[in-house]
Write a protein that binds this ligand. Structure first.
Ligand code: G4P
Length: 529
């Protein structure tokens, strides 16, 4: 197969959803269709039950051993499909944001009864801003839920999407009879049998045919005709170009648990979802079919087994081929590195591969060379853009609780920050370290991991900040900047790249600062330059 055919074969995407909407269940059913797993229950949920840190530790432990769950790959209809795992829990939202920089499209799962939930709103907003093509899957149709039209309205309004249904439910909950597939023009009847893998579909080329009454009964048949008429009038025609440009989002309905409506989704997905897309770097746009390798690290996964303290850096191949034992330039370090055992992922397994193509994810064993966002090339000096840090929402001093283990603590903090677990700020005034996180859960995770992986102990102390603002003076030499630094010295620190950060204690203080020091610009993400 030629290089271009390999690229054309690949579909790399993420599933985003609020916890419990059915992401894990859908992933599993997709893998079943791909023949990558034989039975349900094979995919580990990365779900964290409310407040249970132990759940997280257990999950992380399992995942540490089987990191392959971060990428699940399978073949379907000759397409190589890579699903990138995205944690739904809000405390790990940043991990998901970073993963979204490596996907070429997403599927958004919405619970038919709960509708659009908070976490989905946030994640979809990021995808919308990046113009990532999205397909919406409305799940749990076997349950009583909201009216299908109301739901599509909700998706349009809350997620600010422009939708068009490509399948439509016939009844819902107890009266759920099946799905009319607008895309393929056929009906799929629901029998509520979750063991069934591939359903039989009945082709209906003419909706006016009395065959429709025979299949679903006369009342549902009339309702369906009316609803389809309405869809035709109200919603835009599906158009692949608009979908690929991020301007139109097709909607599917189904029940992941019952494996219903999933095949329709997958068949359409392999037809329309984008092949690996070009990516912007700081110097130019990189096309996937370029001959030379380029790629970037979007995730680092620690091995939770203390006996093997190596990590796996996940690299998305953007262009060219990634080959085993070939030297590549680690641009930030200015160093050539060779990898003797790059991993590829298949279903829940990982294996060493000789060659990977654009769209693929390669897992590299790492002993501390990589940080999130690092770029690999064949010599070109460029860096891929698009993994900014967002301001954390919680801030605490981190203190060493075991004076004999100061070095271990330092190393542990350093490595955990490289993994992107949290952000570290060092106060300019006294060098004290502050950890900033998106959710409170991370503090426990950090404490646990420092102890179990590095043998270091820490305690925390509150730091009264509310937001981190990256500071950029219009003129670093003017007196206004000097005055700002003097007045705010207690709240100034540096992030791990040495950038100046103002740790503001309230929105009011941010506003006052902006008014008082107009030549000192404040930014809420780290990629302001
Ligand atoms: P998540 O990864 O998005 O967090 O969701 P997950 O797939 O774990 O699904 C959350 C719950 O919703 C699970 O039930 C799952 O069985 C259920 N579910 C998923 N799809 C459907 C569907 O189409 N219909 C119905 N009725 N339920 C569905 P649970 O009781 O929380 O977990 P479990 O004990 O069944 O695993």
């Amino acid at each position: 197969m030629s290089f271009n055919e390999e690229i054309a074969k690949r579909r790399t995407f993420g599933i985003i959803a609020h916890p419990d909407a059915g992401k894990t269940t859908l992933t599993e059913k997709l893998l079943l269709f791909g023949g990558a797993i034989q039975e349900a229950g094979a995919v580990k949920s990365n779900k964290i039950k409310k407040g249970a840190t132990s759940d997280f530790m257990e999950i992380e432990r399992q995942r540490g051993i089987s990191v392959a769950t971060s990428v699940l790959a399978f073949i379907y209809k000759d397409k190589k499909i890579n699903i990138l795992d995205t944690p739904g829990h809000k405390d790990f939202a940043e991990d998901t944001f970073r993963t979204l920089t490596a996907v070429d499209s997403v599927i958004v799962v919405v619970d038919v009864a709960k509708g659009v939930e908070e976490q989905t709103e946030k994640l979809v907003e990021v995808c919308r801003m990046r113009k990532i093509p999205m397909i919406v899957f409305i799940n749990k149709l076997d349950r009583e839920g909201k009216d299908a039209f109301d739901l599509m309205d909700e998706v349009e309004q809350k997620l600010k999407l422009r939708v068009t249904p490509l399948s439509f439910p016939i009844g819902m909950g107890y009266d759920f009879k099946g799905i009319y597939n607008i895309w393929e023009k056929n009906i799929n009847l629901f029998e509520g049998d979750s063991r069934k893998n591939i359903e039989e579909t009945i082709a209906i080329s003419d909706l006016d045919s009395p065959q429709l009454e025979e299949i679903i009964g006369s009342k549902p048949a009339n309702t369906l005709r009316e609803e389809l008429e309405l869809i035709h009038e109200v919603y835009p025609q599906f158009n692949k170009e608009e979908y690929l440009a991020g301007d139109l989002q097709p909607v599917f309905f189904g029940s992941a648990l019952n494996n219903f409506g999933v095949r329709e989704l997958l068949d359409c997905f392999v037809d329309i979802a984008p092949t690996p897309r070009a990516k912007e770097s700081d110097t130019r746009l990189v096309q996937p079919d370029e001959e030379k390798l380029s790629g970037f690290v979007f995730k680092i996964h620690a091995n939770m087994d203390p006996k093997h303290r190596d990590r796996i850096a996940f690299v998305k191949v953007v262009s060219g081929t990634f080959e085993r034992n070939k030297p590549y330039l680690h641009v930030r370090l200015g160093k050539n590195l060779k990898f003797s055992s790059p991993n590829a992922f298949f279903a829940e397994k990982k294996e060493i591969v000789d060659i990977s193509y654009p769209g693929d994810i390669v897992g590299l064993h790492d002993t501390g060379n990589f940080k999130i966002g690092d770029t690999l090339t064949e010599g070109e000096l460029m860096n891929f853009k698009g993994i900014p840090s967002f301001s954390p929402e919680h801030f605490r001093y981190i203190n060493n609780a075991d004076p004999l283990k100061a070095k271990q603590l330092e190393k542990g903090i350093d490595q955990l920050m490289d993994e992107g677990v949290a952000q570290l700020f060092t106060l300019e005034m006294n060098g004290r370290k502050i950890i900033g996180t998106v959710g409170a859960l991370q503090y426990e995770v950090i404490q646990y991991r420092l102890e179990h992986e590095y043998g270091a102990k820490c305690t925390y102390e509150n730091f009264p900040a509310f937001k981190a603002c990256w500071v950029k003076p219009k003129d670093p030499k003017n007196t206004e900047f000097a005055e700002f630094k003097r007045v705010k010295q207690k709240f100034l620190g540096h992030d791990k790249y040495g950038q100046l950060v103002f740790l503001a204690d309230s929105d009011f203080s941010i506003q006052m600062t902006q008014q008082k020091y107009p030549s000192v610009e404040l930014f809420f993400t780290s990629d302001y330059q």
